[in-house]
Design a protein around this ligand. Structure first.
Ligand SMILES: Cc1ncc(COP(=O)(O)O)c(C=O)c1O
Length: 378
């Protein structure tokens, strides 16, 4: 049976008033996720929060959904409050030696530039390869050797939309013995990231963009290999494997369980995680392949619209821009001013680093793109 996209759309009230093409900044939170948050707080009132351990069980069900999205196992998943915090867990937990290298791309999101540079005092070298239109997988793969302990890339660049070939890079990283860390904040929920195929050791994703979650809801995939290399730096009452025994918590050196949850600390963002579960239900209802195919189709249509309106999509200059973060230059036009003008027509999108950035998601449709075209050509 064909999927009823208008019913998917009706879950996102923002679409009633806006042409919303800005998932790369904030994803709209669907109605069912708002209801899941409300339900969490209703339950608390009904039970006087006495059964709070059951909230961890509910979170474990979302862990399993997150694992399914990435092709991992539930015990590989830990929840995180932001991508930068997850990255700190990774970087601070590594046993660095002077001369170790971290490889990334020079146009990366600041988290992924600042975090390697902050380790300079410990003798860790930050190495970058050109990003944007100058990116080539060959340059990235050529920079990977046994000194590179971590290779860190965003699945999609926040500014240019660059979509580096994760599978090729991951294979080279694995062969050289380092860890492949993917920041999936831009993309997860709209594109296929598969930890086995892509040889990813760590995937971190703050869910407030393409996963349409409230801020503070995110997760981290940590492979068994990554868990051996990265020591948990957040120590809490849940660091001991028997933490569920809350009536008689262990008072001694903790023995952690070997799982992604050991990184996440104590009490979780239960309401945000409930919202994430509701969104992942929606994704599963739509079907991952169907969702990714629709996003790819809408991205291609967006590029067509930008061309028709005189834009120069990055995709036309490099094969590494087949991405739902659709960027284009508009020669002779100030894209910041253009984005503001479109906002007056209730079209939400962004300007970044000289590009107009349009980020369609599965809830968009042909009418949204027609509205964009008309507004750009007016
Ligand atoms: C690639 C990427 N990672 C992470 C973030 C957000 O980081 P944080 O969750 O630390 O605020 C963004 C926001 O634009 C991003 O584009």
């Amino acid at each position: 049976m064909a999927l009823d996209w208008s019913s998917v759309r009706s879950e996102f009230p923002v679409l009633e008033d806006w042409t919303y093409l800005n998932a790369a900044t904030f994803g709209p939170v669907p109605q069912r996720a708002v209801e899941a948050i409300e339900q969490h707080f209703r339950d608390r009132n009904e039970t006087a929060s006495l059964d709070f351990l059951s909230w961890f069980d509910d979170a474990d069900a979302v862990r399993a959904q997150a694992a399914r999205l990435l092709g991992g196992e539930p015990q590989d998943i830990g929840f995180l409050p932001s991508a930068g915090i997850g990255l700190s867990w990774v970087m601070e937990g590594m046993g660095w030696r002077p001369g170790d290298r971290i490889l990334t791309i020079d146009h990366e999101f600041p988290n992924n530039i600042y975090s390697p540079l902050s380790l300079a005092g410990r003798g860790v070298e930050s190495v970058t390869v050109p990003g944007g239109l100058e990116f080539t997988p060959e340059a990235m793969i050529g920079a990977i050797d046994e000194r590179v302990r971590v290779t860190l890339v965003s699945a999609l660049s926040y500014s240019s939309g660059l979509r580096p070939p994760l599978e090729r890079i991951g294979r080279a990283v694995r062969a050289a013995g380092g860890l492949f860390v993917v920041d999936g904040t831009q993309g997860l929920g709209a594109i296929d990231i598969n930890v086995a195929r892509d040889h990813a050791d760590v995937v971190l994703a703050h869910g407030y963009k393409w996963m349409c979650c409230p801020p503070g809801a995110g997760f981290l995939y940590m492979s068994e290999r990554a868990r051996r290399a990265i020591r948990p730096t957040v120590v809490s009452w849940r660091s001991h494997k028997d933490w569920r025994n809350v009536n008689a918590l262990h008072h001694g050196a903790p023995e952690p369980a070997d799982e992604g949850a050991q990184y996440e600390g104590g009490i979780l963002n239960f309401s945000g995680i409930a919202a994430m579960g509701a969104v992942l239900d929606l994704f599963e209802q739509v079907g991952k392949e169907t969702l990714w195919a629709r996003v790819a189709e809408l991205s291609e249509r967006t590029r067509q619209v930008l061309r028709e309106a005189g834009g120069e999509p990055s995709f036309d200059a490099s094969p590494w821009f087949d991405s739902p973060v659709v960027t284009a230059r508009f020669p002779g036009r100030d894209v910041g001013e253009l984005a503001l003008r479109l906002r007056e027509k209730r079209i939400a999108l962004a300007a970044r680093q000289g590009f107009l950035r349009v980020s369609p998601h599965f809830y968009n449709n042909e009418e949204d793109l027609a509205a964009l075209r008309d507004a750009l050509m007016a």
